[in-house]
Design a protein around this ligand. Sequence first.
Ligand code: AMP
Ligand code: ZN
Length: 496
Amino acid sequence: MKLYNTLTRTRDEFVTHEPGKCRMYTCGPTVYHFAHIGNLRTYIMEDVLEKYLRYTGLDVTRCMNITDVGHLTSDADTGEDKMLKGARREHKTVMEIARFYTDAFFADCEKLNIKIPEIVVPATSYIDHFIEMVTVLLDKGYAYLSGGNVYFDTSKLDNYYVFGNQEAEDLAVGVREGVEEDEAKRNKTDFVLWFTKSKFEDQELKWDSPWGVGYPGWHIECSAISLWNLGEYLDLHCGGVDNAFPHHTNEIAQSEAYLGHPWCSHWFHVLHLNTASGKMSKSSGEFLTVSLLEEKGYDPLVYRFFCLGSHYRKSLVFSWEGMDSAKTAYAKLVSRIAALNPDDAAPIDEAVMNEQKTRFAAAMDNDLNTALALTALYDVLKAKTNDRTKLALLSDFDSVLSLFLLDAAAKVRAQNKAAEAAKSAGAGAGTSELTVVCLAPDADDALKAEIEGLIRERADAKKAKNFARADEIRDSLAARGISLKDGKGVVEWSKA
Ligand code: AMP
Ligand code: ZN
């Protein structure tokens, strides 16, 4: 597979240190607010990459941190502590904020069909390892104490700007803004490994260390969490493009100084999701979340489909028109799949199977070209072969793309069947014209009958303009974890 590597600035053949195994690290969320859909673009693309690497047969071990301490509003160690900012905003403790937004992040991932890495480490659970690593860096002469903090000395490295074809001055300022001068630093690019001289009187989370009570810098957390969980040779490190500098640059500096040899061979960076007015960011407070998309009537998987339609190394501009097009295209794709016969027992057409799989792999091997991989789905639908082969191929590709295509198609088939049954039963007057579809596979007949009765009563109430009763029925069902989705002449119900 050819994959762009920020380190070499070329599309390298992706090769792992140990054949057959891939050690992959992902910078996780800073849990002081909801993840916005820009952050989630990055996680969607990383998820597809992980799934594709597994698809090619690699045994992937993936680790991700949760930043619940140490990340300041400027990535260059200045500004305010983000977690503290969140806690103050919501009048909660930092740990309450961390727990709430970590859970919210996982819930968003589930809705977007993003697999959670098997190793997830909150930074606050790794303080001893950070201290151990900083101690070694001090012993080796790569770090110094100044003004109460421990700093990494970037002048000790031959090449600090590992990703750099940018001007050193630009890099020193960083992609994110809000940088102030820190007088205690020997060099402008030095960064904090451990803070003791906290500027924040009310810093909630502090730990004992050989250098006084304090807390870790942001960059050290990813180096230590990665080293302790994935070992000395990392194959793949991922993040959004804003992470490249200073975060990943500093991770490389301290990890390689600690290890004494090269650390990670491949760096994968996803370009930003922007709005018409600029980059979507949590700190600006104006951002879109998965819940907001749902409120506006978009299935989160439509957002996944929207993201897969663009290459990860191009900035993506979000627009509601773009989402509407994605919604229509996704629905059309699903309905074409629904038209295939799931009971087709014809033998698998091996020649078509191989040909189409080669096409899909060629797209993904071409620097993770997900837009082309989506085209491969349409090629399958057009192929001259039986439905069984087509469904097997679609299922195979969707194990990587994760658009729930076959489940969504089965749902459409069930709806169509129910609508047809109602029609052929020669539905009579009143709400019997309404088709009620149960999407709760574990519901027994008694429950089905009860819910159907209430749904019909609600439809009658609406017809009689008794909206209070109609709302009351919907709310009472919602309180029982039952949600309703109204369609034209159809109401679907499901259980949370
Ligand atoms: P954070 O929670 O701010 O630490 O960011 C989580 C991930 O989202 C990191 O990998 C960031 O690089 C990435 N990220 C931040 N903003 C955007 C954006 N607008 N579009 C895509 N990825 C982003
Ligand atoms: Zn990181």
